[in-house]
Design a protein around this ligand. Structure first.
Ligand SMILES: [Ca+2]
Length: 184
């Protein structure tokens, strides 16, 4: 992706990422907002990324807690998305561009999660995009969201489940605290 601006990339920033940053920064503020990011990212079915996933990723790379990211954060975010995209492609076994229930179930198992088919079914029912496709399936944005949320909540659970038995006793307020601090 050649660009007339590519030569001006700040040190440590990939010229391609810099060029894309300038395109995505439509108001030329020098930062990418959630809104700008949302306009820049598309799923395989050309739907734009959902708000929650965009917000989640901005929060991850927003070092100054300003609600937006600079060119360094953006360049890290691009690498992050690229990694998710290749993982997504790897698990999209029939190359349909989305993750079906059985593909999700296999993905979880390969990632080391011990989850029932019912749980994967629940996620698909909740997060699949409505489409003419008779088999509901999950787009990249939701896949990223689900996997990150699962990772975060699993970590929280493991902190309590010190004996690694897969069960914990939690008070009501411990439960709420765990969810509130870990929901992304
Ligand atoms: Ca698929």
């Amino acid at each position: 992706m050649a660009s007339p601006h590519a030569g001006n990339a700040p040190p440590g920033v990939d010229p391609e990422a810099f060029s894309w940053f300038q395109t995505v920064d439509t108001d030329r503020s020098g930062f990418i907002s959630v809104k700008e990011l949302k306009q820049a990212l598309v799923n395989n079915n050309w739907s734009s990324f959902n708000d929650e996933t965009c917000q989640l990723m901005i929060n991850m790379f927003d070092k100054t807690r300003s609600g937006r990211i600079d060119v360094y954060g953006f360049s890290a975010l691009l690498r992050f998305i690229q990694q998710w995209r290749s993982l997504f492609q790897q698990h999209d076994r029939d190359q349909s561009g989305s993750i079906s229930f059985s593909e999700l179930q296999q993905a979880f198992s390969q990632m080391g999660y011990n989850l029932s088919p019912q749980f994967s079914q629940l996620l698909v029912a909740r997060y699949a995009q409505r489409s003419p496709n008779p088999n509901p399936s999950i787009q990249l944005d939701r896949f990223i969201h689900i996997c990150m949320q699962l990772q975060s909540l699993t970590d929280a659970f493991r902190e309590k489940d010190t004996a690694m038995v897969g069960n914990v006793r939690l008070s009501y307020e411990d439960f709420l605290t765990m969810v509130v601090t870990r929901m992304l």
